[in-house]
Write a protein that binds this ligand. Sequence first.
Ligand SMILES: Nc1nc2c(ncn2[C@@H]2O[C@H](COP(=O)(O)OP(=O)(O)O)[C@@H](O)[C@H]2O)c(=O)[nH]1
Ligand SMILES: [Mg+2]
Length: 388
Amino acid sequence: MKIVRHTAPDMRQALRAIREQLGEDAVILSSRRGTNGVEVTAAVDFDAARLDGAAKPAELRVAPEPAFVPALPPAAADASAEAMGNELKTLRRMLETQLAQLAWNERSRRHPVHVELLRELSEIGVAQDLADHLVGQLPPGVDLAQGRRFTVAGLSQYLQVTGDRWLDSGGCVAFIGATGVGKTTMLAKLAVRWILRHGPKDLALVASDTVRIGAQDQMHALGQLLGVPVHVPERFEALPQLLAGLNRHRLVLIDTPGASVRDAQFDARLAVLAACAPRLEPALVLAASTQAGALEETIARCAVLKPASCLLTKMDEAASLGGALSALIHARLPVSYVSDGQRVPEDLRPARALELITQAVRLAKTSGAAADEDLLRRRFGKLAHANT
Ligand SMILES: Nc1nc2c(ncn2[C@@H]2O[C@H](COP(=O)(O)OP(=O)(O)O)[C@@H](O)[C@H]2O)c(=O)[nH]1
Ligand SMILES: [Mg+2]
């Protein structure tokens, strides 16, 4: 190993002198600024591993990297590429977090009302993109109270409802949804309400749930209690023919087998229901107490049926409503009726948008939902960053 020390007026001249003397492979061991300029110590044939325990110098090469890089064996190359890839991903994530933090801080400083509203909407459970969209629509200069009114009004505008259509003028409705969400209970409530308004004459019930033990008995008991005939298709596939024979009834309510979206029979049943169009109106029954992600999955899987509406059950059991309502807003799926208890027929009301949004806000307040500051920063900081 050969070591030289050079003093020059500036770094560029010192490096040139070292390159001329030691060649392209010289390594800088140290540099410091003195009264006469820059003093650089460099070495050639330098082996860092031999500096046992000594502070290792910054390995700054005087010349660019040599063009020839010895090839690594393939497996070693894969491993090092993967390690480098992971490191880059980590760096990228760290950088994104930093940028989100900066953007969030900037947003907090410039629009404190927006930031507070984003926090409140998150506490209600409103989806991130919807919350950001609502806040983005605010007129400039609104205070917090005005902002709250604007966002609640905005949400209730986006949430569609059908009104008391079936109980007013009838229909042919099949209740579709997972087992236990409250399909049969909902059907019973609507049947009783119809009879209270119009009498039993124009009502027909169809028990097409041939899967669940006791489902048929449940429907027959209801029919007997109400004095209304209960029709049972031989097989689920025979539903279109059965419905064709029920044309004179103003309201036909159809109980279907409960299904999970992962049920192998689910798609086949959807195809049978689709074959009953256009008379049949498929209505999704969704439990408000279900996680928004699971609701989205059910809505997506049933989209082939083009359901005109949904019914929200178990409102009384929901800890938060914003997620469910956001899912319905995203899917542009109107709500017809809501159920908030087991009592037949009392616990049923036609959906009203403002009432549902107000309920979601009240629920967030009573449950003491608190948005996680870190999550807010990552969510909305990212968006704010993307928007700038
Ligand atoms: N808490 C509550 N329970 C409900 C509601 N609707 C239905 N249930 C109950 O949920 C259970 C399943 O209802 P069911 O109508 O048989 O569900 P299905 O399998 O979809 O037909 C029953 O115990 C119902 O009493 C509701 O709005 N709130
Ligand atoms: Mg049932």
